[in-house]
Design a protein. Structure first.
Lengths: 620, 211
């Protein structure tokens, strides 16, 4: 018996059989294999097995992806970003500081607003789309810094597609547009409720910082539009058209921005940098509030207001430590620094200002940062933690977002009734502010410093919220704080007052992953809040989540977000039945505009694309 | 514009935020197949989810190694594959598919398995017997339909070597399937004879994944 195994004469042909599944064989090999197969049943069986094997493998259904895979991956990426150190650069160059600065500028142009103004009649060019369904119509506008300069576009959304229709795109290839006569690089936009004034914070073509108002025309004043050829309406499987004429799913008629008349732009404050929350209009649309500081850094931020008819904005405070937070009814909520501005660590307090009387009431003990109060005045979202000085202004360093029972904190919530005829009686917060008379609309504060302490009459509540002082992260911020100094661990509701201070992200450990940049917007009815959170200050991208406020319990359904968390640009707009936001897109590195809706017909979404709009999208 | 640079990927990407944007775009495009690939490699859905997450974090860390977005898919598979192999080697994972008693021609069982997106028990056990490297190649080529160049990229070998590995993998699977079918036939025969809850002894040959 030989010690050597005889070579398998079929092995070479089995190899050829396997190889031919991937690429055509050489002619010689192919001929030899054909000849061999014609007389070898075993190899023919192998050929069949290979083909069955391939078919079986290719028919394997994909395992369902765990629903939390994105959430956990996102968290891991957040942690990776949070643990970033300059020495561990991603990419090939660029310092963290310069990157943050660049992003701050870059992110400035992605802004989103939504208006309620009626749209002029629109023709109904449409495209082939997944079967959409109707939702209540809302006007939508956006701001673009494309190759044609800066333009304002108007469109509307009253049809969306099921969320399963990933390719449901509204190619608003020609939305109505209005050219902006002045080149402004915006960092924030705020459209008045009437849709007539658009407040812009940004830089002009000279790179000077300014606050400006764009006076918007009435919709009927919009210039005539160039008719567009009708497009094929979408069809349902039965072939029936489903979109009515005039559907905003279709592209709006074209208007060449270069031929449109320039809009009037009114500079209301120049050489000033924004600080605090973005500028916001009062609910009656009669007052714009914001905080700003001299661009040369010679002073800290103060509160300003502007009313239609004013030439310039009026300063309401003169302390250099006031940061606009939000409106609470007809009053303005600000965060103000306590102590010496030279202190290494800024400590905030919360103050409510009546812009008509100038009265100011401090909420003692509430070291909240920029609380955003809902229109109902019932709740607020605020950041709480350790602030740090960044670029001469206070900024979040180590902390998190919390839901606040604003009704319990509002110093104007239950004021004593002053004697009849006594001046200064504050208006109830649940009533819209009366339209100011010309005299009332004048600024009430002078430029002279005021040494008067904050108003502290009998209406001021006692300490409603007791919070241990938040400790800063020791050192340069790169080391981990002690667990005991974690704002999340320290922040508790005051059992005596019942005031709520509930962490919005229970799973988030602020000591490991602090919220360093954020925005929050409430829906008009106060039942929803959209939170945008970034781990990196000045980031143009962050995570957007829409949460529902339980009216009975006064808590946010943090475990069951209505939408998100999803990657989104800083700009977004929340209504009671929809969210407009800018999502990442392969087609446009600056992202694409999306509108997600919810209602009786379920969730819907539509992607708005305007092929003639390139570059940064700044919608409103 | 930073994000433009990030998205084109033909130019230097200079910041983490832009890198993250691209990684999240890649996640949106490829997470399902990466997860499926890892599930089939590891035969453990929970572990696959962990490693899918790890794959994208590693991709973020190694973002500067991605010079051409056209190769991003293969690049992700390469990261996922290495992550899976590392885990298999670290844990010496030899998982055996529990015997569920199904036999060939059992329609209900096949339907159920299809519903759950799983391999047939025979195929799954056969894949488990293959060397991990061969299993990688076969899954990438046949299930996830990577092109020849993508496969070579993902495996980190030449195109010729990738083809050779794939050829060996096909033969390994064919032989392993034959063994599994024979075992199934034996089990069916025993069950018919015993008429009770016979169980197929698991194959305890170690090291299948280490070869």
């Amino acid at each position: 018996m030989s010690r050597f195994r005889r070579p398998d004469p079929h092995a070479r042909f089995r190899q050829l059989l396997a190889e031919q599944l991937d690429l055509p064989l050489h002619l010689d090999d192919s001929w030899q294999l054909t000849v061999h197969l014609s007389r070898c049943e075993a190899c023919r069986a192998v050929e069949r097995e290979y083909r069955e094997q391939r078919r079986a493998l290719r028919q394997l259904p994909a395992p369902p992806v765990p629903r939390d895979l994105w959430a956990r991956t996102s968290i891991a990426l957040d942690a990776e970003m949070a643990s970033y150190r300059p020495g561990r650069a991603i990419g090939r160059g660029g310092s963290g500081a310069s990157i943050a600065a660049s992003l701050a500028i870059f992110g400035a142009a992605t802004l989103l607003l939504m208006s309620q103004w009626p749209l002029a009649d629109q023709p109904a060019p449409t495209r082939q789309l997944p079967t959409p369904f109707a939702v209540p119509g809302h006007a939508l506008a956006f701001f673009s810094t494309g190759p044609q300069g800066m333009s304002i576009y108007r469109t509307s959304v009253d049809h969306v597609c099921p969320v399963s229709a990933a390719d449901c795109v509204n190619e608003a290839r020609a939305p109505s547009s209005l050219a902006l006569a002045t080149m402004i690089e915006p960092s924030s936009l705020a459209l008045s409720p009437s849709g007539r004034q658009l407040a812009i914070t940004g830089r002009d073509q000279e790179r000077d910082s300014l606050f400006a108002i764009v006076l918007m025309p009435e919709p009927e004043e919009a210039p005539a539009r160039t008719p567009q050829p009708p497009l094929t309406p979408p069809v349902v499987p039965s072939g029936e058209p489903v979109l009515p004429q005039g559907s905003p799913i279709a592209a709006l008629p074209s208007l060449d921005p270069t031929t449109a008349p320039g809009l009037v732009v009114l500079a209301i404050l120049e050489d000033a940098l924004g600080a605090g929350a973005p500028a916001a209009w009062s609910s009656d649309g009669l007052t714009l509030a914001f905080s700003a500081m001299p661009a040369d850094g010679s002073a800290g931020p103060d509160l300003y207001v502007w009313r239609p008819g004013d030439e310039v904005a009026s300063r309401l405070t003169n302390d250099g430590t006031t940061y606009f937070a939000s409106w609470a009814g007809s009053r303005i909520v600000v965060s103000r620094m306590l102590g010496d501005p030279a202190d290494a660590v800024p400590h905030p307090t919360t103050v409510v200002i009546d812009p008509r009387s100038g009265e100011q009431r401090e909420i003692a003990g509430a070291s909240l940062w920029l609380p955003r109060v809902n229109l109902a005045g019932s709740h607020a979202v605020a950041w709480h933690g350790a602030l740090a000085w960044r670029g001469g202004v206070a900024a979040p360093d180590s902390g998190a977002l919390y839901l606040v029972d604003w009704a319990a904190l509002d110093p104007y919530a239950d004021p004593p009734m002053p004697a009849e005829g006594e001046p200064g009686r504050p208006a109830p917060t649940d009533q819209p502010a009366a339209k100011p008379t010309p005299a009332e609309s004048e600024p009430v504060a002078s430029d002279e410093p005021t040494d008067e302490p904050l108003a502290s009459d009998g209406a001021m509540p006692t300490v409603l919220l007791t919070l241990p002082p938040a400790e800063p992260i020791p050192g340069d911020g790169s080391s981990e704080p002690e667990p005991s100094t974690s704002p999340a661990a320290a922040a508790t509701a005051d059992p005596g007052s019942g005031a709520q201070l509930a962490p919005i992200e229970p799973g988030r450990d602020p000591s490991l992953k602090p919220v360093r940049d954020w925005d929050a917007r409430w829906s008009p009815d106060g039942s929803l809040v959209a939170l945008w959170v970034a781990d990196v200050p000045g980031s143009s991208w962050g995570h957007l989540t829409v949460l529902t406020l339980d009216a009975e319990t006064g808590s946010l359904a943090v475990d069951q977000p209505l939408l998100g968390p999803t990657l989104a640009r800083r700009s977004f707009m929340l209504q009671s039945d929809r969210l407009a936001w800018v999502a990442p897109a392969d087609e446009n590195p600056d992202g694409e505009l999306r509108v997600s809706t919810w209602g009786p017909d379920g969730f819907g979404v539509v992607r708005l694309q305007a092929p003639d709009v390139e570059g940064e999208i700044a919608p409103f | 514009m930073l994000s433009t640079r990030a998205a084109s990927l033909g130019v230097v990407v200079t910041d983490r935020a832009a890198a993250r944007v691209v990684i999240e775009q890649l996640y949106a495009a490829h997470h399902a197949e990466i997860y499926a690939y890892l599930s089939r490699m590891l035969r453990d859905h929970e572990l696959a989810a962990d490693l899918a997450q790890e794959t994208f974090v590693k991709a973020f860390r190694a973002f500067d190694t991605l010079a051409d977005r056209g190769r991003a898919r293969a690049w992700l598979y390469q990261i996922a594959g290495r992550t899976a192999l590392d885990e298999l080697r670290r844990r010496k994972i030899v998982r055996f598919v529990p015997w569920s008693g199904e036999s060939r021609g059992s329609g209900a069982s096949a339907e159920e398995m299809a519903l759950h997106g799983r391999l047939s028990a025979e195929m799954e056990r056969a894949l488990a017997q293959m060397p991990a490297r061969q299993r990688q190649a076969l899954l990438m080529a046949e299930v996830h339909e990577l092109t020849g160049l993508e496969l070579a990229d993902a495996l980190g070998v030449s195109h010729v070597a990738a083809r050779a590995l794939l050829t060996r993998a096909r033969e390994s699977l064919r032989q392993a399937l034959a063994v599994e079918r024979a075992r199934t036939a034996v089990f069916d025969g025993r069950r018919a004879a015993d008429g009770a809850t016979a169980s197929l002894p698991t194959d305890d040959r170690p090291g299948a994944d280490d070869r």
